[in-house]
Design a protein around this ligand. Structure first.
Ligand SMILES: [Zn+2]
Length: 67
């Protein structure tokens, strides 16, 4: 997905679970929007973000010193 579209999506999309902000994530095989609060990745399929809790892929928590 191109950067302009990603920016647009990031502006109007929110996590369906917590309504929080999303960040764009791209790995070798996975592309999508991540909610860091929920540790969920909403995959982009055929250039369309699947903003469904059921489609979300749990992502591994980065160890952090938060708390
Ligand atoms: Zn969330």
């Amino acid at each position: 997905m191109d950067e302009e579209r990603i920016k647009v999506y990031l502006e109007f999309l929110a996590c369906p679970k917590c309504k929080g902000d999303l960040v764009y994530h791209k790995a070798e095989k996975t592309e999508g929007f991540v909610c860091q609060k929920c540790s969920l990745l909403y995959p982009i399929v055929d250039d369309i973000p699947e903003m469904l809790i059921e489609s979300a892929i749990p992502c591994k928590d980065e160890p952090s010193a938060k708390g």
